[in-house]
Design a protein around this ligand. Structure first.
Ligand code: SF4
Length: 264
């Protein structure tokens, strides 16, 4: 892993995401190296040409949050990295930002796949309007390890459980849903006592990772390749339209709180 420590003026940025005022990305790059990562566009913006997941810029920042920019606002940490990636253990950039944030009255959504978030439970418990979102899209750790590095299914389930026991609002983001490979019902059965809410997000393939994911499906799940080609090369949306309807019916019948993050 190539680590660079970089000086930045601010660690917050205005957000274009619906319902989010500001995003906080304490790092550039992401050691989780998910094969399907939508954030690889950051490479171009930050002047990196290395493989996604092989570099990490650690933001060294003296920025002080001001009450006026925080109070009543909704913050997302993070949109283009995992703020609890393995290197956060050493650098504590996320922890130091949280120490500033807890002084204010605001809404915070933290998205992570890593159990390192549990280190900061002391701070998290002081945030009134906090939601923690953990993503997973399978219960099969072999499949998981082929498409993501670092954090096992078991550790994510354990993380959800401990967060919930500590009174923290937990959301399971079943994402990205890989056609024919993600069994959302099995995931819900396994997690319904661990979370207050579900999010669903369908696999969206664009840019450089589209080629990567389709190659992976061809090699490891060739029986589904034609179906993937229909969806991602011929833009046939029938599979996801039907699945959305099925998930809606299922969640309503099971009385689950849920949202879809995106349909495209
Ligand atoms: S955790 Fe998120 S930002 Fe990091 S590689 Fe995976 S999808 Fe990308």
């Amino acid at each position: 892993m190539k680590i660079n420590e970089i000086k930045v003026n601010r660690f917050i940025a205005k957000s274009k995401i619906k319902g989010i005022d500001f995003v906080i990305n304490p790092y550039v790059g992401c050691p989780n190296a998910c094969m399907y990562c939508y954030a690889t566009f950051i490479k171009k913006l930050s002047g990196h040409d290395e493989e996604w997941g092989s570099f990490l810029d650690v933001k060294d920042c003296n920025y002080t949050l001001k009450k006026i920019s925080v109070e009543g606002k909704t913050y997302l940490m993070s949109s283009a990295t995992d703020c609890y990636n393995l290197y956060e253990k050493k650098y504590e950039i996320t922890r130091n930002i949280l120490k500033q944030l807890i002084k204010f009255n605001f809404n915070l959504i933290i998205e992570t796949k890593n159990e390192l978030i549990l280190r900061d439970i002391d701070l998290l418990k002081q945030i009134k309007n906090l939601k923690v979102v953990i993503s997973l899209n399978t219960l099969d750790d072999k499949f998981r390890s082929e498409i993501e590095k670092n954090s096992t299914i078991l550790s994510r389930l354990k993380t959800l459980s401990i967060l919930k026991q500590n009174g923290i609002y937990t959301i399971l983001n079943i994402s990205p849903i890989f056609p024919y490979l993600t069994d959302y019902k099995k995931i819900i059965e396994k997690t319904r006592l661990l979370v207050q809410e579900y999010q669903f997000e369908f696999l969206n393939l664009k840019n450089e990772y589209k080629r990567k994911v389709l190659k992976y499906i061809k090699e490891k799940h060739s029986n589904y390749y034609l179906e993937y080609a229909k969806i991602y090369l011929l833009n046939d949306n029938t599979y996801f339209a039907n699945l959305k309807e099925e998930i809606e019916k299922y969640c309503q019948s099971e009385n689950l709180k849920f949202i879809f993050k995106s349909l495209d």
